[in-house]
Design a protein around this ligand. Structure first.
Ligand code: PMV
Length: 360
């Protein structure tokens, strides 16, 4: 499919009003997306586990305007309060998707959104938030054009979410999700994410993710700035090639349930993401001393116990601790005994693989 396939033909009718609510999860990348071209086209393919507990619920109430407005008309409520400072992000999102949803200026939207995880926990809400909003807008599009089928609905929701925040494309459907052209993956696309189409061994069923909140502050570097630092980065081409290789390797790992190689790829990806930031200009260190303490404790515990605990990182100091469900008891005890002490106010979130967004 191409971008043009997502431009609808004229609607025959515009309905007067309605409302719709979607709950959409966050996701954690195993092979990281870092670097992009114009229109949120990723510089390399990425793959993620969809999360279950960490999610955004967004209700969109829409009312048709008498005449098409000059600009987008919407109010944004976050956890019950009107949030003027969130509006520019939505305004930019609407502008980017306007060609694909030409009804946007015909409606006034009331957007009411809330997160299951604490605000300013350092957990990015852009993936869950923008995917929930994209899905709500797709529900309205389906009202206007009931012929839209399930496959198109899902692909276009991911396509729209991508234009809001790249990683949001991976929060629509499925437990393991891939986004970005990759030679070894049929149907992969830079325009939208797809459910990982190959075998995933039962070792990865209900895979656990305990998120350790090391630093709950605002992001030091916005994703946009971060992605742009990959332009002219001395190691960018090798990094993009490495992401392709890691995805190829993961195919066998997922099929065989090879946890040892899984750990190797996932930890290397996390450290490479941070290495890219340390070696860009300007350069950034986004880990905190406690991030490193946790990483060392995880390595030490894994060696001592032969368990399969490992870590991954986002573009920040928090640590996602990943492990198979079969080792949950032992590893949760380790987390409580040895890792929670390094979390800000002892805070952490227990999550696991989930299966995508749901209409509420
Ligand atoms: O979706 P963005 O533009 O906020 O980028 C997210 C990038 C990482 O979270 C660091 C990696 C990823 O693939 O999710």
């Amino acid at each position: 499919m191409t971008e043009k396939d997502f431009i609808p033909s004229e609607y025959t009718k515009l309905i007067a009003k309605g409302e719709v609510t979607w709950k959409s999860p966050s996701n954690i990348a195993l092979v990281k997306y870092w670097g992009k071209e114009a229109n949120q086209i990723p510089a390399n393919p990425s793959i993620s586990f969809t999360l279950d507990t960490c999610a955004t619920t967004t209700k969109v109430t829409y009312k048709k305007l008498e005449n098409k407005a000059q600009d987008f008309s919407f109010d944004l409520f976050f956890e019950g309060s009107l949030k003027e400072d969130f509006k520019p992000k939505i305004q930019t999102f609407f502008k980017r998707i306007e060609d694909y949803l030409p009804f946007l200026k015909n409606y006034h939207f009331k957007i009411e959104t809330s997160n299951s995880f604490p605000h300013s926990s350092g957990i990015a809400s852009s993936a869950s938030g923008l995917s929930a909003l994209a899905l709500a807008l797709m529900s309205l599009e389906k009202e206007l054009n009931p012929d839209i089928n399930e496959d198109y609905f899902i692909k276009k929701a991911s396509f729209l979410a991508r234009l809001g925040s790249g990683s949001a494309a991976r929060s629509i459907e499925g437990d393991v999700v891939q986004w970005g052209n990759h030679e070894g993956t049929t149907n992969s696309s830079n325009l939208y994410a797809v459910k990982y189409p190959y075998k995933v061994h039962t070792n990865f069923k209900k895979y656990q993710d305990t998120i350790l909140l090391v630093d709950k502050g605002q992001k030091e570097v916005s994703s946009t700035v971060g992605h742009n630092l990959m332009h002219g980065h001395p190691f960018s081409q090798q990094r993009f090639a490495q992401a392709h290789d890691n995805l190829t390797k993961l195919k066998e790992v997922f099929a065989e349930g090879d946890l040892k190689t899984f750990i190797e790829i996932v930890e290397s990806e996390a450290l490479t993401l941070h290495a890219m930031m340390m070696t860009s200009l300007p350069y950034f260190v986004l880990m905190k001393p406690n991030t490193l303490e946790i990483i060392n404790k995880i390595w030490d515990f894994r060696k001592r116990t032969n368990t399969h605990v490992c870590f991954t990182l986002d573009a920040g100091a928090n640590v996602h601790v990943l492990y198979p469900e079969s080792e949950k008891e032992e590893i949760m005890q380790f987390i409580k005994d040895e890792l929670v002490a390094f979390c800000q106010n002892g805070q952490y979130i227990c999550d696991q693989i989930g299966f995508g967004a749901k209409k509420v």
